[in-house]
Structure formats: structure tokens, C-alpha cells
Design a protein around this ligand. Sequence first.
Ligand SMILES: Cc1cc2nc3c(=O)[nH]c(=O)nc-3n(C[C@H](O)[C@H](O)[C@H](O)COP(=O)(O)OP(=O)(O)OC[C@H]3O[C@@H](n4cnc5c(N)ncnc54)[C@H](O)[C@@H]3O)c2cc1C
Length: 408
Amino acid sequence: MAANSLRLRAGERPAVSMAETVARAGKFVEAGAALHAIDGQLLARSSAEHFDVIVVGGGQAGLSVGYHLKRLGLRFVILDANDRIGDAWRRRWDSLRLFTPARYCGLDGMRFPAAAGYFPTKDEMADFLQAYAREFDLPVRSGVRVDAVRREGDRYIVEAGQWRLEAPHVVIAAASYQQPKLPAFAADLDPSICQIHSNDYKSPRQLKPGSVLLVGAGNSGAEIAMDAVRTHKVLLSGRHPGEIPFKTNTAFAIHVAGPIIFRIVFHRLLTVDTPPGRKAKPNFVLHGGPLIRVKTRDLDAAGVTRVARVIGICDGQPLLEDGRMLAVENIVWCTGFRHGIDWVKLPVFDESGRPRQYRGVVDGEPGLYLVGLSFLHSPSSTMIHGVGRDARRVVDTIGERVRAKGAV
Ligand SMILES: Cc1cc2nc3c(=O)[nH]c(=O)nc-3n(C[C@H](O)[C@H](O)[C@H](O)COP(=O)(O)OP(=O)(O)OC[C@H]3O[C@@H](n4cnc5c(N)ncnc54)[C@H](O)[C@@H]3O)c2cc1C
């Protein structure tokens, strides 16, 4: 058909109006837009950005890795899912104060800006992390959630939405406290009971009037018990994980007992390389270690009732190990977290689901590392004062491997 036969003569109206044309083409327009979007993604994914090292997670672990990477002069980026550096801390419950004094809240190269015995609030800790990233000009990209890490030959491919990044070295610094863990039977609770995980707990205002059962008697359970008991009748269920034998806020604790516990016991004595450390590791990994600030005598004095472990649900109510059923209005699950790194699409996990690694260097992978995992090397691996040592060691390994390839 000749092209000009389609042209309208002056005064002639089209047989199909523009609006109708768009309406008729509707699903083709949508399909076109979808194709365009897929095309855009393919374009973003096919044009990958290249780095020497990609760090996933920009909390204290990722920032510590960044601090040490800076001195190697490698090209690296830190990707973090949160909108702002420090948000992992900001999201925690309103009244949270750190159980470690300021003396143990600094990171390599920067002390926490407060008197040694001051216990920072969660927001002060978050702001400190932001200041740390600024001070050392760390290349953090916020609001970027990584959804896959895989390997092609000797390069790792990191996918985050429509973005694709590549590097021969990837450090996972998002390996603890990522995915709230709940017992399967939580789903059988009577729907009239208000249930939340400690990860979502902010203050007693979220709870219904009446009683609250905290399931899990570790540090989070004990701290939330002291918060909720101001307004509610509180029952704390679970196995007692032990406690450090002194108050944390006395001069003796800050200058004598604290250094012994944090610097010696948690950092040097209990490690994967010592018999006492290997013995203590399951308790730390499964139960989070001993109570630090709130002790059983504090709970008793505040009027918190301690009850046996919850082993299931009966007629919609929590059932205790001693056979009792509890009628409560609220449950806060203080049952811990999974590491939440199932987006690492590599055969690196053991039967228990933990990545196989030694001091952060993942077995069988030429360029994959972890920092911040609970008991990566010692209890201090997941604490502020201990993470720098693991970060430095991982970065040293990266430096050695890069030099061995002759790239630096
Ligand atoms: C309630 C509570 C109180 C604590 N109090 C203390 C204390 O007083 N003293 C102490 O030393 N330690 C304390 N800890 C332990 C530890 O210091 C903190 O949990 C700390 O936040 C751990 O830092 P991190 O960098 O390893 O992980 P996080 O702070 O959890 O940071 C991980 C980051 O990774 C990002 N991320 C996760 N998945 C992805 C993904 N797929 N893609 C991109 N980014 C991702 C997250 O957005 C997050 O910013 C506490 C822990 C808890 C839970």
C-alpha cells in the first residue's frame, strides 16, 4: 500500500479516534511498557559496574571493613538496604541503651565521643556510625538491597534489583540479626493475642492492656521485660543463659571487670581456637550468651515472673514445659534471629545452615568473606569493640590474595 494513501485529506476525520486507538491498544501498550522495563533491567544488568571488593551491609561490620579497605587503595563499594547509615540501631526499641559503655563503642580509628562509662542510646550509636562513614569518606550506597550473590569463574556477581555489580572479592557484613526467628507453632496462637517479634518491639504502647509473655530469656528478653513491666504484668519464659557476675554501671565494672570480660574473656579467651571457646560457642550462637546488664535479681525485684519454656500451643494458648497453659493478652517473641543470608547462592552452608568459614574466610570460595557473624571467631565478633579485629583480618587476606595475583 502506498504510504500517501494513508494520509487524510483536508477536512476528513479519522475512522478511529486517537482516544479509541489508545484504548484498543491498551494491553499492547502495557506489554510494550513491560518489555521496555525488562529491557531497562537487562541493560542495567548487562552493563555491570566493576569493583575490586564489594561489601554487603553498612552497619558497624561493613564500615569497619571499609575503614581497613581504604588503606589498601582498592576500588570498593559498601551496599546497604537501609535508607540511612545506622538505621539498624535506630529501629530498635525506644528505651534501648547499649549494654556496653562508650569505652567499648568506638570503632577502629575513632573513639565513641563520650565519657568511658557513659551508656549510649541506640540513636547516639546510629549517629556515631554515620559520623564514622563521613570521617573516613566511606563509599556507602544506601537503599540498595542485594538479592543475589553468585559466582562466574573467578568473579562474583552481586545483583540488587536492576543493578549488577561484579568483583573478585565480596564481603558479607550482614550476617547476624537479619531475619527474626519464630517457632512454627506461633502460627497456631489465638488471633486475639497480640504477638510481635522483639525486632518489631518499640515500647509497651504497642501492647494490649493485660499481661505480656516474653518468650526467650536472653539479653533482649530481659531488657524488654524491664521496659514492659512499667505498664504490664510480665512473664518471662525460657532457659536462663547465665549472667556476668557484676553490675555493669559501677566504676569497678567500667575500669576493672568490664575490660576483663570484654577485652579478655569475650575477645581472647573464648575463641574458635581455644577449648573453652569451642565449648562456649553453641551457647552464644543458639542463645546469645549470658545476661549482661539485667540480672535475674533485677527481674525479680521489678516484679517479672519467670516461667518455664514455651513448648507449643494448646487451644490457641501458649503451653509451658511444666504442663501449664497461660492466658495472656500479648506475646513478644525474643527468640533471636537467623543470619538471613540465603541470597548467597553458593554452596557454602553446613547442615545447620551456618556458612563454613574460618575467621571470616569462607571455605572453598576464592573471594568470599564474612564479618559480623555471631561467634565468627569469638563472642566479640558481633560486638562493636570486637568487629574491627575480624574486619582487619579479612582485609589482610584480601590484600594478600590481590598481591598474589599481581594486581597491586
Ligand atoms: C537489641 C540489641 C542490642 C545490642 N546491644 C549491643 C551493645 O550494647 N553493645 C555491643 O557491642 N553490641 C550490641 N549488640 C550486638 C551488635 O553490636 C549489633 O547487633 C550490631 O547492630 C551488629 O552490627 P552489624 O554491622 O554486624 O549488623 P547490623 O547492624 O544488623 O547491620 C547490617 C546491615 O546490613 C544491611 N543488610 C542486610 N541484608 C542486606 C542485603 N541483602 N543487602 C544490603 N544490605 C543488607 C542492613 O540494612 C544493615 O544496615 C546488640 C544487638 C541487639 C540485637
